[in-house]
Design a protein around this ligand. Structure first.
Ligand code: SF4
Length: 205
């Protein structure tokens, strides 16, 4: 078996990232536009902003805004008042965007990752999340992640008046079970992921 040191793993991650982002125009969208659509399909209500996308994608706010504006002009994104603070803009996918995401060129990579055994997926996701957290900390950037492994997640899903109950200690707001599996800019790694990476088993929209 090949020696699996840190450099080999880093180069494999880089190689996968290059393959995933090397596609030219697919369905008339550039790789940067696809990255925006994927992000807004997975981001939670605290993170669906141009600046959060810029932080996630490691780009400038100006570049992110230009790509986002081009998608708004093509009716893939709509701008709404933020659910989180009522003042800033929040961006949501339109039905047109949700439909085109079914043709996402990244699906080959999704299928390959999905073909790993459940236990391997959990270990792999935990390892990648730890790598991401360390690199983000060294660069003073947010690491992004989902509620099930975030130290700010409160509640145990115990039913209150017939509704499962969770809360976000960072935003001091209740969370619905179906919100837990979305990406969050305020994430702080606190707990290992489950084998499925999910508290609820719900798939992101
Ligand atoms: S619990 Fe963590 S990941 Fe979930 S909304 Fe709060 S800060 Fe974000």
């Amino acid at each position: 078996m090949a020696k699996m040191d840190g450099r080999v793993i880093a180069e494999l991650i880089l190689h996968l990232g290059c393959i995933a982002s090397r596609e030219a125009l697919v369905e008339g969208l550039t790789p940067a536009q696809w990255a925006v659509l994927r992000y807004f399909a997975r981001a939670n209500r605290f993170s669906r902003t141009p600046s959060a996308f810029a932080a996630f994608h490691g780009t400038t706010r100006g570049t992110a805004s230009q790509t986002i504006k081009s998608l708004e002009a093509q009716a893939y994104l709509m701008r709404m008042r933020s659910e989180a603070d009522g003042r800033s803009a929040q961006l949501d996918l339109t039905d047109k965007a949700k439909a085109i995401l079914a043709k996402d060129p990244l699906e080959a990579l999704v299928r390959a990752a999905g073909a790993l055994p459940p236990g391997a997926r959990g270990h792999f996701a935990n390892g990648l999340q730890r790598i991401l957290g360390q690199v983000a900390r060294e660069r003073s950037k947010p690491s992004f992640g989902t509620c099930p492994s975030c130290e700010h997640l409160g509640g145990d899903g115990c039913c209150t008046d017939g509704h499962a109950f969770y809360s976000c200690g960072f935003a001091t707001e209740p969370l619905l079970p179906e919100e837990l599996d979305y990406l969050c800019i305020n994430f702080v790694l606190g707990k290992p992921m489950t084998a499925t990476g999910s508290v609820t088993g719900a798939a992101p929209r």
